[in-house]
Every structure is written in C-alpha cells, then in structure tokens.
Design a protein. Structure first.
Lengths: 388, 388
C-alpha cells in the first residue's frame, strides 16, 4: 500500500443555510479544498462523495454525478457512498484506498447534506433510516430514543451522570465558539444543558447535535506530503440495538480502533487531538471509552476533572466543536472531522489550536447507533513523527 | 492490476414481491451467490452494495450495514454505493477494483431495491431524483418525459420510428418469457406496444421498464477462474439534459465504452452477448449506437431486420429480458446484468442461451438520463478467449 497525504481542505459554513442550495454547498467546500491543495482541478482523477439521505431531504439522488457536474470535472468517475452518519468517513476511506492501492494518484473527497429544507419531524424520520427501520423506527424509536436507552443503561452500569454528559456539550460549545465555520459559536453553561427541554430522558435538547446544512472536502494525493494518513479502519455490527452484545459500548468502534492502533503501531495515549462522534453527549463518552482514551466508566469522571478540553493536559477532543456545536450535516461530518484534524496537525487551527505540537490526530465517525464505525489516524509528517 | 473472476451468482425472483421484505430479498440473492461460488461466507472480506433510493422507497438508509448484518457477516467492511439506476454497476466496479488493486481477495457484491411499497406517483418522484431535481423534476420532467424528449429528437434526426422502438420491447419480452426470474414472462406483439397507453409521447406503456422489487448478488475473487472480468469503465456527464452537447446520444456511454474496448483490446463486433440499459426502448437504441454495435441511426432499421434477438446472427442483446421484461429494481439491475452475462458465458442460460460459444459479454448500465454510464466486459476463460 502506498502512502497517502491530505493536501487540501475546505468547508462550507455550517448552519441553517437558507441562503444557498445543496449544489452550491458542494462548490463552496470543493473549490476551497482545490485552491488550498494548490493543484489544478484537471489533475483530479476521481471523486468520492459521502451523503446520507439527499433523497429524503431534497429529492435528489445520483449525488456522485451531481458533484462532478457541479465542479465541472466530468467525465471522471464520481461515486456516492452512504453509511448513514458515517457516509463522509466511508467516502474518505474509499478515496484513501483508491490511492493507497495504486489505482489513482489524486482524488477529491466530498461530504454534503442539506437537512433544513424539510420539517424537523421529517428530518427525524429520515435520520431514523440510519437505524433499523423495520425493527426500531417503525415502532417509534427515533435516534434520541435509541441513544437515551444507551445513556440510561450506561448510567445504571457505570454511574455516569447527566451532569457528566452535559459537560461534553459545554466543552464542545466552548470549542465551537472559536470556530468560524461552526453552526453554534456561543458558549453555554452546565445549567444551559441541564435546564433545557427533555427530548428523550435522560437526553435534553443540549445533549443532542442539531439539524445542519453543510459540506466538506479534502484532496488526497499519493505524494508523501504534510499531512499523512496513517491508517483507515472500519467495522460493522448489527443495524439495530437489539442485535448487539452490549449497548453500553459500540463494538464496531472498539474493533475499528483496535485495528487502527495495531496497523499504525501506536497506543491510544499517543493521540494528541481527536474528533469523536458526539451526535449525543453520551456518544462522546462511549467513544472515549471504546477507543481506549478512558477506561470503561471513567470518561464521565474525567470530563468532570476538566480533561479533554482545550488547555488541559493530554488528549484534546472535538476542537471543531464536534457534531454538537459545529453542527452535524450527516454526510459531511466525517470529512469535516478530517479537515479539523488536518488544521490541528498543520498548526493552523487559530484560537482552537491544541497546545504543544500535535503530531497525531484521530477521527471517529459512527453510522446509525453504531452499525458502522470508521477510524482514521493522521500524522503531521512535517514535524516528523517516527515511532520506530 | 490483478485478474478478477466472478465465481458465484444469485438472483431473487424479480417482480411485485409483496410476499417478502427488503432484507429478505438481500438474503434470497446473497445466499444463492455464496452457495454458487462454493466458498464459505467467512472467506468474504468485504461487501459492496448498490441501492438507489431505499430512503424514499422503504425509509431505510445505511444499506451497507443492513446487508452485512442480514448475511451474518459483520464486522467486515460493507459499503453502499449509489449512482441512481447504475448503483449496482458502480458497486460491482468498486468491488472489482478492490480485488484488482490487491486490497481484497474475495468480495461480495449485492444490488437491491424494493420499489412497490410506495404509490406509483411516489415511485416516479423518487426516480426523478436520478436526474436533476432542481432543474428537471421540480418543473415536472419525470423520467418518461426526459426520454420522450430524447426519442422525439432521435426520430427527427435519424428517422427512427415508434415501431422500431417497440421491437425492442417485443424482443425483450420474448427473452423474458424464457427467464424464470423475470418480472414479465409473457410474450407480446408489436400491436401490444403500439396500442398501449401513451405515457409521454412517443413513449407508450410498453416502451417503459416497470417498477420492480428484486435483488442480485455476485462473488468476486482474485483467482483466475471462469468467468473473468476484462475491464470496468465509467464516465460521467451533466446531471440534466440541458447541460449535454447532444441528446440523441449518451456521451458517457460513448466515453466509457471507448475506454472499455481500448483497455480490453477488442472491437465492439467481437462481443457475443450484451445486456444493455433499456429503461425505455429508445435507451436500448441509443446504447446500440453509442457503444458502436450499430452506426448512428441504424439501430432501429437493424431491429426491423430481426437482428440482436435470440437465433439471429451476430450480437444478441438483453437475453435476460432486459429492464423491460426482467424488471428494473434500480439498485439491483447492474449486478443482474452481470449475472446474466456470466450465465451466458458459462453456457448455463437454458432456453435463453445464445447460440454458438459466447466468449465475450458486455454490460451497459446507465444512471439517470446518462450522467453516469458503466461498461463491463467479461470473458469466458474456460473457452480460452485469447486475443493475442
């Protein structure tokens, strides 16, 4: 397998983008990534696009063709990949493999979703398609309900508290306040979360990531440049919660991250910055534990101690604001996580920059309630990470 | 690039499958393909699934996870790819590339769509998402309307007649009557087509492929076995018709097939059997001409002369019954085309078997009105095709 580097990144502003269209969001992120890479659009050999539910949100399928058309790059191959909220990471992974395998030399990856053109009820139903439609959504189990079951069980088994979960949201809003692309750039307090309306107990409004419009793009190349991808791993599990061995862990996250650390030959403790999938606050706690950043049941207490936030020692989590504050345009999220890690590894994250030299960054993106988990580890080649 | 062979094929019965569910269709085709291949399910390293609009049709996304879960094969990677009606071929192509590049040794490909759980109006709207939603569907241009524009212009420029188009449907129903998996296994006459209700003039009901439930699956391996894939090519074009240089040809088909013939080092005239994308009868005429099986404007007259049908000399087209008679479960169609060609090359197509030794077969799958075109050429290694 060849070495693969990220040489360009671009984001649209995330938020309620009533001012623009799905295809314009693609261009907004895509053109930035191409300009940032310094390559000519004509050098791009293929496009991989992540999008979850454009059919439900805007009535448009055939997203690969739409992306290549919008960027004026046809007739090159352009493929849409879908893995619910992990669609962006799955697109990134397949683009990475296309270069690593020697098939292509320069590839563009995009992620996009425009979710605000339908009612919140219709959006919740569309998102329910990320789980098991027949055995969960049909009987009323929307995503807040599924994650509420997980949260309640985690509280029961490990003593995790609503306040500990809330601290994820507070931290991520702090980070989002420093991110000009974030949907929410306002800080919140523990009380903001605790006093917000109950969505599915114990989850309250501020435990939940929002409905978001947005797009993200990166350019990959076979050349060994700043920033390098160390590994890309994915694992799958039962679509519905009922098929899982346990609901207080995401087994697919554990498997994918174990493979990632083994393949990159590093330990979780060596990661400096991570973008974790906080669709709900409990999901960030699960990710911290399942990846091995915290022992089982200890993520909550460590959040209480002020860990994982900018300025703290050790791993810094969700400097972008995460899904909670930066927003969660589902198909775009996985690629946005990579954009943030690249900026951290380049040292260009501005007010969000983690202190010290960030040498290793990780992205963790979940599809549905954990039926797909994708882990990427990136390294700052410029600062010469060399394990051996 | 390594050699890639198809070692197992499977289909569900195509049709209005009120008796079964989306996930059961996957199992119906998938288990057959695994059994046909002679491998153990545990040998499968990854799954690529094609599905266009499950979100619109059954409220379910995250199809990669659903497939791997349904086949009991998690935690291996399982990815859904979407390119409208070419979703199956794009899944097949990416699986082929995964093996050719050395990434995997054994991969399963599935295609699936369950289209009859919504009204015909809702299905037509969902399918409209294969074209340009903003610039075509929103103003009322459904797919029959788009292909009617193409047909009318082709009649004007080349003298193609409604009768010539109708003969595609007659031929394909003849073939479908020999296919136990086909949605329609009844022969029809020229009068059946000509006297059927007008859908979008000049296209009548029997010029149009139906709404279908169905699934298809194949198993690919790196071993050099019977049947071998010679090449996989794709090209893209503008999503909407308004962006095209011409609407009497599908430029993406021309580009993809030119690349395919060059890459395989063969001429169109060497192909024995082809499955062409006849979503509407005019589409088969375009494909015959754009791939180079007939000169521009001559496909219609050659159909009148009785060419391309079983028992005629030269190329035999759509022995499966094509989209018209076998049915068009959009995400499944591209993989079903491969299943048919494999059966022809194996000599196991029964009453549909083309006479003589079929040595080279081609599949042609279109997304939307031609924004994506995928060409695969397969060869019967057992009968020792050797160009050089």
């Amino acid at each position: 397998m060849r070495s693969v580097s990220v040489i360009g990144v671009g984001l649209s502003k995330f938020g309620e983008r009533w001012d623009t269209s799905f295809r314009q969001l693609i261009a907004e992120a895509g053109v930035k990534a191409i300009l940032d890479s310094g390559i000519d659009g004509k050098d791009i050999e293929a496009i991989y696009g992540g999008c979850m539910a454009s059919g439900r949100f805007i009535g448009q399928e055939h997203i690969g063709a739409l992306i290549v058309d919008q960027l004026g790059l046809n007739p090159i191959p352009s493929t849409r990949l879908e893995a619910a909220c992990a669609s962006g990471s799955v697109a990134f992974r397949n683009a990475y493999l296309a270069i690593a395998s020697g098939m292509h030399d320069v590839v563009a990856v995009g992620g996009v979703e425009k979710m605000t053109e339908v009612s919140v009820e219709d959006a919740a139903t569309a998102l329910g398609g990320a789980g098991d439609q027949e055995w969960e959504l049909f009987i009323g189990a929307t995503f807040p309900a599924l994650y509420a079951l997980i949260a309640r069980r985690h509280m029961q088994e490990y003593g995790t508290t609503e306040e500990q979960m809330a601290l994820c949201a507070v931290k991520n809003h702090d980070n989002g306040s420093k991110n000009p692309y974030a949907q929410y750039q306002n800080k919140i307090t523990l009380e903001t979360v605790m006093n917000s309306g109950v969505i599915a107990s114990p989850l309250k409004l501020f435990d939940c990531s929002p409905i978001t419009d947005g797009a993200s793009a990166v350019i990959l190349t076979a050349k060994n440049q700043h920033v390098k991808i160390l590994t890309s791993q994915v694992a799958t599990d039962s679509t519905g919660l009922a098929g899982r061995e346990s609901i207080t862990e995401i087994k697919a996250t554990k498997l994918a991250s174990q493979k990632a650390f083994a393949s990159a030959n590093i330990d979780p403790q060596e990661i400096n910055v991570a973008e974790l999938h906080d669709c709900f606050t409990i999901a960030e706690i699960l990710a911290l534990e399942d990846i091995g950043f915290a022992k089982k049941g200890e993520a909550g207490p460590r959040l209480e101690k002020g860990q994982f936030k900018l300025g703290s020692k050790g791993l810094i989590v969700n400097t972008s604001g995460g899904l909670k504050a930066a927003g969660h345009p589902v198909g775009a999220t996985g690629v946005k996580q990579v954009v943030e890690i690249v900026q951290q590894l380049r040292g260009t994250a501005g007010k969000r920059q983690a202190e010290g030299d960030a040498k290793l960054g990780l992205t963790h993106n979940i599809g549905g309630s954990g039926a797909t988990a994708v882990i990427h580890i990136l390294t700052n080649k410029g600062k010469a990470f060399n394990k051996n």
